[in-house]
Design a protein around this ligand. Sequence first.
Ligand code: ATP
Ligand code: MG
Length: 142
Amino acid sequence: MEQTFIMIKPDGVQRGLVGEITSTFEKKGFYLKVMVAIRMKLISVDRPFVEKHYEESSAKPFFEGLLKYITSGPVVGMVWEGNNVVATNRKIIGASNPSASDPCTLRGSFAVEIGRNVIHGSDSVESAKKEIALWFPDGTVN
Ligand code: ATP
Ligand code: MG
């Protein structure tokens, strides 16, 4: 079954959105009877770790700000599983910039700035595999 990595970013944790975000994915899974959270942890990550996670953005002008943002407080990392979960969760999350996100999405509902956009979701099955191995190196995936 396909899997994806989801991170609730520090602003999402600080604003008490963990339950609501998790519930959104759960309710979607319940409806489709395919999506189940199989791993979840609250963790503070350091700069080298975030550099690895976002290595594809390392040349971007916002990278330093992104490192500061993601290391500014604990995050929640999760693996979700289900049919087409990578693309479906990206749709539920919404566009990177919340001002352009559909209002029915998580970012469209809960965020206004691209630099504080509440949540991350893997952008492909390949990225998901890399991210799951990075975040859950102890053989997370059952
Ligand atoms: P994520 O990888 O976090 O799920 P994404 O795939 O929608 O987001 P990316 O292009 O991978 O978007 O950018 C990674 C993250 O970097 C964004 O979610 C956002 O937090 C931050 N970011 C992207 N563009 C900007 C920008 N122009 N200014 C500030 N931060 C940005
Ligand atoms: Mg991305």
